[in-house]
Ligand binder design. Structure first.
Ligand code: SF4
Length: 362
């Protein structure tokens, strides 16, 4: 075994975190954990992981799980296409592979939502196949190890760094080596702030440490500026709960629930929003509380990959009424148990759970 691998694996075996999917690293567990960990911190993922597995203990259970239930299980994790692709891939695995993930990197790559990194993680960790699993953490560690000042988001550079992983990876421990690299990136060669070089198994070999360039690495292309989008939010409370609307089955936050809203739009005042609600067939001119109530909502923002929502609006009361298609009343209990509201609406969800507006419209 080469010196790099030997030092890294010794460190990993002594310092690795105890994680539920490491204790039982079945292909399904590794796959699920890696999908959840995309763009999401470990501490946020762990409770979701346990809850998801309790509801969908195996791939056939995932393939047959109701979409609404899956959205609810994923509520707050964001990037909901991940869970839709998990289900699609589970259905393919049931149809083509008898409900078990194939021990084949190329076959894994063909499944919905499984890219090179996830396929590499499952293949190496669960099946012991010698393939790389290179994500942003690994690129950061390797660019520092070799003091490589090229842009790691360039495909040619990424390809070379991936080859470098394979030069270092020992044939008899591909999964442990890949996990050790990820763990080093998560615990020691960290992304924000100075790396903790004194505790690094590669401190005597690392060229960026010797050159004093670790903090400047990795070099990445500047991200595109996000578009700022005003979003007008209406929280409408009727006698049976809060008004929710199901988003379309495609596009941003597909199939999830939301309060009535207008993207790329703002209203001059509460009356203008009430008129827009009336145009949708929703009456907020009267109230189930006896007097129409309205109140300005706190402003909030939510960052998507290419967009930033800047949200504001009003809270209203409404009388009992027949609702247009796609709208429902949700009680506080249904908000907790049944309807998946994206994390973008965290502030407004809290407003709904807090209860009725006390301010008169007049
Ligand atoms: Fe990263 Fe420092 Fe280790 Fe180099 S010595 S790999 S910069 S933690």
């Amino acid at each position: 075994m080469n010196e790099y691998a030997s030092l890294l694996l010794d460190w990993f075996y002594a310092n690795r975190r105890t994680l539920p999917f490491r204790q039982d690293p079945t292909p399904y567990h590794i796959w699920l954990s890696e999908i959840m960990l995309q763009q999401t911190r470990m501490t946020a993922v762990l409770p979701y992981y346990e809850r998801f597995l309790a509801a969908c203990p195996d791939i056939p259970a995932l393939a047959n799980c109701d979409d609404e239930k899956l959205h609810k299980l994923w509520e707050g994790l964001g990037y909901y296409s991940r869970v839709r692709n998990l289900k699609k891939a589970a259905q393919v695995v049931c149809e083509q592979y008898g409900g078990e993930l194939p021990a084949d990197y190329d076959a894994l790559r063909k499944l919905p939502g499984i890219g090179p990194y996830t396929a590499g993680a499952v293949a190496s960790i669960s099946f012991g196949i010698p393939v790389p699993a290179v994500d942003g953490n690994v690129l950061r560690v390797l660019s520092r190890l070799d003091d490589d000042r090229r842009c790691v988001t360039e495909p040619a550079v990424k390809k070379e760094l991936t080859q470098r992983v394979m030069e270092l990876q020992p044939a008899d421990a591909p999964g442990d080596f890949n996990q050790a690299l990820m763990e080093l990136g998560a615990l020691v060669c960290v992304p924000n702030g100075a790396p903790l070089c004194d505790g690094c198994p590669w401190r005597t070999l690392c060229k960026a440490r010797a050159a004093g360039t670790a903090l400047q690495l990795p070099v990445k292309a500047r991200p595109k500026a996000r578009r700022l989008v005003p979003v007008a939010i209406a929280l409408v409370e009727g006698p049976e709960g809060w008004l929710l609307h199901r988003r379309p089955d495609t596009g941003l936050l597909a199939g999830l629930w939301e309060p009535p809203l207008w993207e790329d739009h703002s209203f001059a005042d509460a009356a203008a929003m009430q008129k827009a609600l009336a145009d949708l067939g929703i009456d907020t001119a009267a109230s189930f509380t006896g007097e129409p109530l309205c109140e300005a909502l706190p402003e909030a923002k939510h960052i998507f990959t290419h967009l930033e929502w800047r949200m504001s609006g009003w809270k209203f009361t409404a009388p009992a009424q027949a609702l247009p298609d796609g709208y429902v009343w949700a009680s506080a209990e249904q908000l907790e148990q049944a309807y998946a509201l994206p994390g973008a609406f965290r502030v407004y969800r809290q407003q709904m759970l807090t209860g009725t507006s006390k301010k008169s419209c007049n």
